[in-house]
Design a protein around this ligand. Structure first.
Ligand SMILES: O=C1C[C@@](O)(C(=O)O)C[C@@H](O)[C@@H]1O
Length: 527
């Protein structure tokens, strides 16, 4: 009880309310660590972890240097020296470990963190009982997926060492390995830090405050760590101080996922509209397994990105007729009424309306206000994945003649058959020019960061097109769009499609209206 009270008082002492953001600092020298502490402070960290085992023992002068670092700290600190941690490849030296921790305890640094094995050392227990420092006792699992029961037993043992805070770090291979960590956080009676380590572990940090985690780790802007959010994103994008046990979780299921601007758009919009939600990137390998694992009603809605849009159809209990005919879902809602997963496609209307508006606005000479400017046009589509399907069905629905080019011809053929279009071998794209003034739409990932030097088609061939659209939105101005503009075509950026599909999603997520002006302004600022 004393500990719990202490910890909540400790948290309240911070300017950022109930969520502590901790920057773990791993460096080869005390000087670098000191400099990083200043950066962490300026980026908005509440606390730093001085990971002293990351400094080679030969260059670690204890007690002088370590003492100086602690005494001159400019942020509350955790001094850690782990024998069993992801940082150490050869295994740390126990003598050095004990000397470092002893020095930190003598100086009453705010927190001292040690491995469970070290905490069992009678000498150490004696020392930490005489210090004002709070003790974090930690355990690290690599390769093993401990069950919730095993974790529970371990926490009890760790607690019996007199720990004030327990820390569990579990290396995960898949996002579906994370839920036992959330279960532990929810049920644990002592202050607990429980995190999944690795690139698939990100949501264990972002959702930690929902489940009552003691703190959240964030990396420095200049030293990103896979699976750790940057401190800046925690402060400016996710604003975890708003997250509470009732917060609804929305996520982008995609692989890769890091390129997405979705979190930058949906999170501020939730706050702007007063909706209690958080939108997080979910690096998913197996979408079926994902939905079998994340069954809680708090996981209220999802965007679906590459390469999962087609497989997503089979994960839903119900699919909107338009998404069904397209054969791709980019939005899934867990219907509050009965918990059923319902799939939609907001890509189709988003992309086609963006193209139509650009034609109407800039060039269209008219075939009647009621008719789509795509009517009767040749619509050349590159790519036949989930986004390609939405474009092909949309264009066909507007009366365009659809031609599909895809590296895998069979996929192009099957989509072409579905929209009564024509599939052609990818190699023919360059010379394809049955008439001038065609529409070109790239739905493949060609040209997406980090491959922004690529384009699906040579510049010379673009002269045959009146309008060129690129579903890629990172970068905003892809090579394809730059070259299309240079040859005089109307260009429509994937950013416009991204915004419009997100507007549709936001309505489905919240059951309310999407503030279009606010979201458009955000998108313009972000890109
Ligand atoms: O294609 C996209 C883009 C997206 O995957 C993203 O990058 O945020 C989100 C999806 O909903 C959408 O259909």
């Amino acid at each position: 009880m004393r500990t719990t009270l202490y910890c909540s008082h400790f948290r309240m002492a911070f300017k950022h309310s109930n969520v502590l953001v901790c920057a773990p600092l791993e460096h080869r020298s005390i000087q670098e660590m000191s400099a990083s502490m200043e950066k962490a402070k300026s980026e908005g960290a509440d606390i730093v972890e001085l990971c002293l085992d990351s400094i080679p023992a030969s260059s670690l002068a204890i007690p002088e240097e370590v003492g100086r670092l602690i005494m001159q700290r400019t942020l509350p600190s955790v001094v850690s020296f782990r024998l069993n941690s992801p940082r150490i490849t050869k295994g740390g030296c126990k003598t050095t470990c004990l000397q470092v921790l002893k020095r930190a305890l003598e100086l009453d640094v705010e927190f001292v963190e040690m491995d469970y094995e070290v905490a069992l050392d009678a000498n150490m227990a004696f020392m930490y009982k005489r210090s004002k420092s709070k003790i974090i006792v930690s355990s690290y699992f690599n390769g093993e997926r401990p069950s919730t029961e095993k974790l529970g037993d371990l926490v009890a043992l760790m607690q019996s060492t007199g720990a004030d805070v327990i820390k569990l770090e579990i290396a995960v291979d898949f996002i579906t390995d994370i839920p036992p960590i959330f279960t532990m956080l929810t049920h644990c009676q002592v202050p607990l830090i429980a995190v999944a380590v690795g690139s698939r572990g990100l949501i264990s940090q972002l959702l930690g405050p929902k489940y009552g985690g003691f703190l959240v780790y964030g990396s420095l802007e200049e030293k990103p760590v896979p699976g750790l959010p940057t401190i800046a994103s925690l402060r400016q994008v996710y604003k975890l101080e708003h997250v509470n046990p009732n917060t609804k979780v929305f996520g982008l299921i995609s692989n890769p996922v890091g390129h997405s601007k979705g979190p930058l758009l949906h999170n501020p919009t939730f706050r702007h509209t007063g909706y209690d939600g958080i939108y997080v990137p979910m690096l998913v390998d197996d979408i079926k397994k994902f939905f079998k694992t994340y069954i809680c009603s708090d996981y209220a809605g999802f965007s679906v990105g590459i390469p999962h849009k087609e497989a997503a159809v089979t994960c839903c209990d119900e699919v909107h007729p338009m998404a069904k005919s397209i054969g791709a879902v980019n939005t899934i809602i867990r219907r509050p009424l009965d918990g059923k997963l319902v799939g939609y496609n907001t890509d189709c209307e988003a992309s086609i309306s963006a193209i139509e508006d650009a034609l109407r606005e800039r060039k269209f000479t008219g075939n009647g206000a009621q008719t789509s400017p795509l009517y009767g046009k040749i619509f050349v589509l590159v790519g036949a994945g989930g986004a390609g399907r939405a474009l092909a069905f949309g264009a066909k629905g507007r009366g365009a003649r659809v031609f599909i080019f895809n590296r895998n011809y069979e996929r192009a053929k099957s989509l072409a058959d579905a929209v009564s279009g024509e599939a052609l071998p990818y190699e023919c794209l360059e010379k394809f020019c049955p008439e001038k003034g065609m529409i070109l739409a790239n739905s493949s990932a060609i040209g997406m960061d980090p491959n922004s030097h690529q384009s699906p088609i040579p510049k010379e061939s673009l002269k045959a097109y009146e309008l060129v659209f690129d579903a890629v939105y990172t970068p905003k101005n892809t090579r394809l769009l730059k070259e299309a503009a240079e040859v005089g075509a109307i260009v429509v950026s994937g950013v416009e499609m991204f915004l419009r599909q997100a507007l549709g999603q936001f309505k489905l997520f919240t059951g309310g209206l999407a503030p279009e002006g606010f979201m458009r302004k955000l998108v313009l600022e972000q890109f």
